[in-house]
Unconditional design. Structure first.
Length: 652
């Protein structure tokens, strides 16, 4: 309409001028438009180039400037498919290359790439030279590849100076890569094979905010003390699906907001484990082996909002009284889920929040109950049965003493040693260690080693919280003397300094014999009797089988003979069914068939009278090989036909 208006008779010159410049503008647009530089095999739309899922083996040529996001995923591109001109593209910032056939970190990627997706390939090695080409790379996805620790060149990731997000989920790493970039903020190493983390693994990444180590092979010994201490900006730490038995010590206290410890083997939490985590908002300790909690373990979590403790075998007895009181005192803003009783049976399935102090059973002991004296040396061997009682004390607000066993509580000690120890030798491989301390401590460490070994050779140890008073030592060697020590790790007073460790010796029992007294030969006699009986039975079975086999053979032979005696010579049988021959000298005829033969004696009287006849022998082809010959004495003999070879007949 505009052109019709401008092309009116009153202003034709002005219309021609506008038409000229419109033509020039359209020509320039066609010349510099990205559509003109879009590869034919791809589809281009504004800032996007779609070259995905086209069975490409290399990056298509002809990609022009102006595009920022390139899709090359789900093709068959290998490491040789990246031309040099691809590296010189300046406008490309996001590249999707997942689901291809790369076995090394590719080179010649666009030099200004900021986000790179390389997951679901078969990348095994990463070189420093490849990452040195990507100085502006900020986000790198390497999930679900075959990257191992030895396949990463030391300091390779540090070459990507701007890298902030590094995802290495589902690879074959056995340790944290050495030389991470300083500006890294998120690191995902979950679903690998990491078993050891050195203390210096994260010393250069102080800006790290999120660290995921779920699904690895980490144990308490595999995490060096202070590994996470210097991560002053760390907000989330995930250690789920490992093999930890207690939370790692020295966590970053000033920044940590979320801590995931679910699906481990945690059976105890030291009272000071979360003491300084005053910013922690979410704590997940579900699916562990926790039965009780030390009073005050959550006191330092002043910012806690979500606590998940489900799928633990909680024991709802006197030890959870403080938990009941604590849960009822929580404000509504705190969500604590999963406190469900597993034992004792009367409260199984109930939530701890539903319990009342009347339902919870606490043992009550009379004051006059005698208490055995604890010794610092092993007690003398008992004459009948061990009488040493195991001690297990849990200090609570409502009941200062709680015991797992039916033993009476330990009275206060004033004039004795501040730490006392006793043993109960259960059997040849198990010793129960009990100790008592009248001052409150944070934790104990129990060590044991065979006396015949050096002090540090073969020594085993276990750390328990300060509310425990016993430990069961298992997998010991029979008839062995063990040096057992209890160490106080952190006392709350300084009474008699230097005497916070006590050691003593205990000897395991001999292996229990299953032979009754005075009958040492009984097992051997039983064995001999068993073998003799087995021999008799086997011999009888063998004789029966042989007898049955003999009877079967005799019966079959008799049946065969019976059927053969009834057989009569029949001239009408097929001529090729048998052949026969005989002589006067042995007075018999040999009759042979396809399945059997027999010799039939002739009557002597017939021989004397000369009244006998020998039938002709028939050849297999039906011809007669012999003919009747009449002799002078009226006897009939046989004569060989001249036209039949002798090799075709049966002779006897």
């Amino acid at each position: 309409s505009t052109m019709e208006f401008l092309s009116g008779p009153w202003n034709k010159d002005w219309a021609s001028f506008l038409q000229f410049w419109l033509t020039v503008i359209l020509s320039l647009q066609m010349q510099f438009s990205p559509i003109a530089s879009c590869p034919q095999v791809c589809r281009c739309d504004k800032e996007f180039i779609y070259c995905n899922e086209r069975s490409l083996t290399s990056v298509p040529l002809g990609i022009g400037e102006g595009y920022s996001i390139l899709f090359l995923h789900n093709n068959q591109i290998n490491n040789a498919g990246f031309p040099m001109e691809f590296h010189n593209l300046e406008s490309i910032e996001v590249v999707y290359l997942y689901g291809n056939q790369l076995d090394e970190f590719p080179i010649n990627l666009p030099k200004n790439t900021k986000v790179l997706h390389l997951q679901e390939n078969n990348i095994q090695t990463i070189s420093r030279a490849a990452l040195a080409q990507l100085s502006k790379l900020e986000e790198l996805h390497l999930d679900d590849n075959s990257i191992s620790t030895v396949g990463v060149e030391e300091g390779a990731f540090r070459e990507a100076q701007s890298l902030k997000l590094l995802f290495l989920t589902k690879n074959h790493l056995s340790s944290v890569p050495i030389g991470l970039p300083e500006d890294l903020k998120e690191l995902r190493l979950d679903e690998n094979r990491i078993a050891v983390i050195a203390e210096e693994a994260f010393q250069n990444v102080t800006r790290l905010q999120r660290l995921l180590l779920d699904g690895n092979l980490l144990t308490d010994e595999g995490i060096a003390p202070g590994t996470f201490r210097d991560l002053g900006s760390l907000r989330e730490l995930a250690l789920a699906r490992n093999s930890l038995t207690f939370p790692p010590p020295l966590l970053p206290s000033q920044s940590l907001v979320k801590l995931s410890l679910q699906e481990n083997l945690i059976d105890q939490i030291p009272v000071a484990a979360f003491a300084d985590l005053n910013r922690l908002e979410r704590l997940d300790i579900s699916s562990n082996q926790l039965q009780t909690l030390t009073q005050g373990v959550f006191d330092g979590l002043s910012s806690l909002k979500h606590l998940v403790v489900r799928s633990n075998p909680w024991r709802c007895d006197c030890s959870v009284k403080w938990v009941v009181v604590w849960l009822k005192s929580l404000p509504s803003s705190i969500n604590a889920r999963g406190f469900v009783c597993n034992s004792p049976e009367k409260v199984r399935g109930m939530t701890i929040r539903e319990l009342t102090l009347d339902i919870i059973e606490c043992p009550i002991f009379p004051d006059q109950t005698p208490w055995p004296t604890l010794r610092s040396t092993p007690p003398p061997p008992p004459t009948t049965a061990p009488i040493t009682t195991m001690i297990s004390t849990l200090i609570t607000t409502s009941n200062p003493y709680y015991f797992d066993s039916p033993s009476p509580p330990l009275p206060p000690i004033h004039n004795e040693d501040p730490l006392q120890i006793s043993f109960h030798v259960v059997n040849s491989t198990n010793i129960e260690v009990s100790w008592a301390s009248y001052f409150t401590v944070t934790a104990y460490k129990v060590t044991w080693v065979k006396s015949s070994q050096r002090q540090n050779e073969g020594m085993r140890e276990r750390t328990v919280s300060g509310d425990r008073r016993h430990l069961s030592l298992t997998d010991l060697e029979p008839r062995s003397v063990y040096r057992i020590c209890v160490h106080v790790l952190d006392t709350l007073n300084s009474y008699r300094p230097g005497e916070d460790t006590i050691c003593s010796d205990a000897r395991t029992k001999a292996p229990t014999s299953t032979k009754p007294p005075g009958r040492e030969q009984a097992p051997q006699d039983t064995l001999n009797s068993t073998l003799l009986m087995a021999g008799i039975i086997g011999g009888a079975v063998l004789i029966i089988l042989v007898t049955l086999l003999g009877l079967f053979c005799w019966h079959m032979h008799r049946k065969s003979r019976s059927s053969s005696t009834k057989w009569k010579y029949n001239r009408g049988r097929r001529k090729d069914d048998y052949c026969e021959a005989g002589t006067k000298k042995d007075n018999s005829i040999l009759e042979m068939t396809e399945t059997s033969f027999q010799i039939v004696a002739l009557n002597n009287e017939q021989l004397l009278k000369g009244d006998f006849r020998i039938q002709p022998i028939y050849t297999p082809n039906g011809g007669i090989g012999f003919r009747d010959c009449h002799l002078s004495n009226n006897s009939i003999a046989y004569c060989k036909s001249s036209n039949v070879p002798s090799t075709e007949f049966c002779h006897t």
